[in-house]
Design a protein around this ligand. Sequence first.
Ligand code: BG6
Length: 368
Amino acid sequence: MVPWDGRGALGGGGGFPHRMIMEIYEQPKALEDTMVKEDDEVRRVAEIIDQRRCELIYITGSGTSYHAGLAGGYALSTLTGMITSTIPASEFESWIPPSIPRRSLLLAISQSGESSDILEAAKAASGRGIMVVALTNTPGSPLAEVSDHVLLTHAGREYAVAATKTYTAQLSILYMLSLELARLTGLAPWSVEELRASLSSTPRLAREALMMNDKPIEGLAYRFRQSNYFFLLGSGPNYATALEGALKLKEACNIYAEGFAAREFLHGPIQLISGGTPSIFIAAGEDVKRLMRLALSIKGFGAPLIPVSDRPEGLSAVSQEVVRVPGGLPGIFSPIIFIIPLQLFAYYGSKARGLDPDRPEKLRKVVR
Ligand code: BG6
């Protein structure tokens, strides 16, 4: 259990043994700061997008930033009816047509604003006359320089290689932008004001997720310290959570972990399931019922199942031990909270394997 005053960042290391866990615990504050400090700029950029009558939003990023783009694309299209296309930054130029319709936009996401792939993607879009909006944690970064507009996450500098606080802060900006565009276009299927109130509860829910999970996840990670293969299954916006949770396990624990869109798992990969492949089953709200048959199949093949859910009572048929996340958030925003126990699992898994979670030996914070 880490020392924590329950408020968020403790500053100067604050007694945390590693940067990664300190940054995981800084998330409530990073969310709060980002939502307060960037509100005006998000509104301004949303107005510009609305005035240009953009119909297609390309989204790009690498690694964690790409996963934020997937979850953000889900929110943007669900709330505004706009078409979104999320493409990994390294593939962006080859996947887009030589001439993009002018009423499209590129959202270029990068914590550092320095990765060479994101810079190439932004330049490719600019070269085709497309407006580029950067979403970065680094004002004045090369990405900010080459973009038409910049939205900032206010997460503070992130030192650990495995991105945590910048991921949830990126999600908060993408959700704010989705809500503002939904308000301007009047196309939101639900009340924008109610959704805004839900989003503003995420710092509190993130705190709760940390408090309720720290100790149990430490124990869980220790129990699974000898497992070298994990499957993570998630649906809707939590497909992104499955990919991001798997990336954290690869980066911090040096093990093979793969994320899937839940039912895609049935189309081939389930062949690999066995007693040695624990499966993390991410089920938000109604997904618990919708995906129950899949969970039962996995359990039937003898794989240990680790459900992560805001409806733990619905999962007693598949596991006595459910990782709980606080409820009350609409599914569309749930990735912000659902990733938190998976970040903790990766951190404690790294420690349990005797690794340094802050310094995966083959990785760099920025790929140039
Ligand atoms: C990789 C890191 O090098 O870059 C990932 O290992 C990170 O953790 C990715 O998500 C993208 O970085 P950035 O700064 O462009 O968001």
